[in-house]
Design a protein around this ligand. Structure first.
Ligand SMILES: Nc1nc2c(c(=O)[nH]1)N[C@H]1C(S)=C(S)[C@@H](COP(=O)(O)O)O[C@H]1N2
Ligand SMILES: [Mo]
Length: 465
């Protein structure tokens, strides 16, 4: 739908351009300038929720529109990534946009950076796409060719470096707060079904209430007394805890992170009853379809684990793994096995697949942080302070500071976040009062105890009018 709209707009502008060029020859320079000033203004769109959005800054030279064609470049010019990947003829896990944060190509890279190189498939798909070719798509649609270095970059990665008309604010000042008490509302909780076969098919399991009570899990393997129990057998042990859930494949600036009050049966007393044998090295929670990410038995010493059946007082939804999901402290949520049927103590190798996604030996998304709620290009009224909000997290490492830049990374204002634990997300707020109307880009990055800095800052373009 978006494609067709873009195509019509493109065709229409080609017609207008042809007509106006003919006329332009007869215009005085002043008339020509006035016509150009009108024609090459960035679009302001009003979304269904009433929010006004302008994705490209105004600039006096009409550079962004005429010189860069900025409105027709980057993934979002044609796609909503969450919708688009479902339309592909190869299945993918369902994605969505909690906290109103759009998916970007950087989410795709999380799975497709090493194997199944996304660059290869993107080139094949676009070059063979009728729509892309009919629209006059080219290398420039997705890329920026850096004429100084000769590098082929991604437009989405460099657009704020090359567009004009962004107001820089050096050493930006604002009112900063941080806490870990924030609870993500249920409707903002992401879900992710990859499944053991990696086909990404979200299952459609029944959610009748009696299924929870009757759900059976066995404790087996290297234990003295293996046994099978029903959830109803141990409901009275239940505890409520606030624990984060952070997907290890959450892209830089992404929104696959939540702080939730969960209710669950602690696993420690069940393991005590079973009697874990000394040879056991791995604590493996298996789903009915075989999904398992082994954890070392030692992990259980310092971290609590739960069979969770409520999130913020609500039963799990089908997509969250109704009736039960395994949760643990200080691990990436790839370990949060949904619909577990077996807890097996084994003597196999085990390492937390916590968080450590590396490209060229470097982290891609640790530490991570995001700016919530505002659509890219949101227009705010001048004269009122803007309330920004988001999260930061580094899986197993505490966040010690956040840094904010509004001059494209030249200066960073530093805000300490003392005494943060790794069991919950860091939630931050920032109140910013723009001194004048214009377009601004806010960048946020997080810093951990060992000095890691977010490899890619979270960014948001906004306008003040
Ligand atoms: N059985 C099963 N459990 C699973 C998965 C899965 O595909 N199948 N996905 C895992 C991943 S990668 C994440 S991030 C979390 C997401 O939990 P949620 O869907 O409840 O948000 O579930 C984990 N548990
Ligand atoms: Mo995940």
């Amino acid at each position: 739908m978006k494609m067709r709209k873009l195509l019509t707009t493109l065709l229409a502008s080609v017609l207008v351009l042809t007509a106006s060029f003919a006329a332009a020859e007869e215009m005085t320079p002043a008339e020509k300038n006035a016509a150009a000033m009108e024609k090459f203004q960035p679009k302001v769109v009003t979304l269904d929720n009433g929010v006004q959005v302008q994705k490209v800054p105004n600039d006096p030279f009409l550079w962004n529109i005429k010189g860069l064609d900025a409105e027709h470049r980057g993934c979002a010019a044609c796609h909503d990534i969450t919708e688009m990947i479902q339309k592909m003829d190869i299945t993918h896990p369902e994605l969505h946009n909690p906290y109103n944060v759009d998916e970007t190509i950087d989410f795709c890279f999380m799975c497709h950076y090493a194997a199944l190189n996304i660059g290869d498939s993107m080139h094949t798909i676009h070059m063979n796409s009728k729509a892309f070719n009919q629209m006059g798509g080219s290398c420039d649609s997705c890329h920026y060719i850096n004429t100084k270095s000769g590098e082929i970059e991604l437009w989405d990665h460099v657009k704020y470096d090359v567009m004009m008309g962004i107001t820089p604010v050096a050493d930006v000042q604002g009112k900063f707060t941080c806490d870990q008490d924030y609870i993500t509302p249920n409707e903002e909780v992401f879900w992710y079904w990859e499944n053991n076969d990696h086909r990404g098919i979200t299952p459609d399991n029944p959610t009748d209430p009696e299924i929870l009570d009757n759900w059976e899990i066995s404790i087996e393997g290297l234990v003295d007394h293996p046994f099978t129990f029903k959830m109803s057998d141990y409901m009275d042990l239940s505890e409520k805890r606030v624990i984060k859930m952070h997907c290890v494949t959450n892209g830089p600036g992404g929104a696959y992170a939540a702080n939730l009050e969960v209710t669950g049966i602690p696993i420690k007393p069940l393991l005590e009853k079973a009697g874990v044998q000394a040879e056991a090295t791995a604590f493996n929670v298996y789903s009915e379809d075989g999904w398992v990410y082994p954890l070392p038995v030692d992990y259980l010493k310092d971290n609590d684990t739960f069979l969770v059946y409520e999130i913020n007082g609500q039963p799990l939804k089908n997509v969250e793994g109704y009736p039960v999901q395994f949760w643990g402290e200080n691990i990436g949520s790839v370990h949060y096995c949904k619909r577990p049927t077996r807890i097996a103590l084994e003597d196999t190798p085990a390492q937390p697949k916590n968080y450590v996604l590396k490209r060229d030996g470097k982290y891609i998304n640790k530490p991570n942080c995001g700016i919530w709620h505002y659509t890219e290009g949101t227009v705010f009224p001048f004269g009122e302070p803007i309330q920004f909000e988001g999260y930061a997290d580094a899986y197993d490492e505490p966040i010690v500071a956040l840094e904010i830049s509004m001059d494209n990374g030249k200066t960073w204002s530093h805000y300490d976040t003392p005494n943060m634990d790794t069991i919950r997300l860091v939630h931050w707020t920032y109140e910013f009062m723009p001194e004048k109307p214009g377009s601004y880009v806010m960048q946020v990055r997080a810093i951990t105890e060992t000095g890691l800095v977010s490899p890619m800052a979270a960014k948001l373009l906004f306008n003040v009018k």
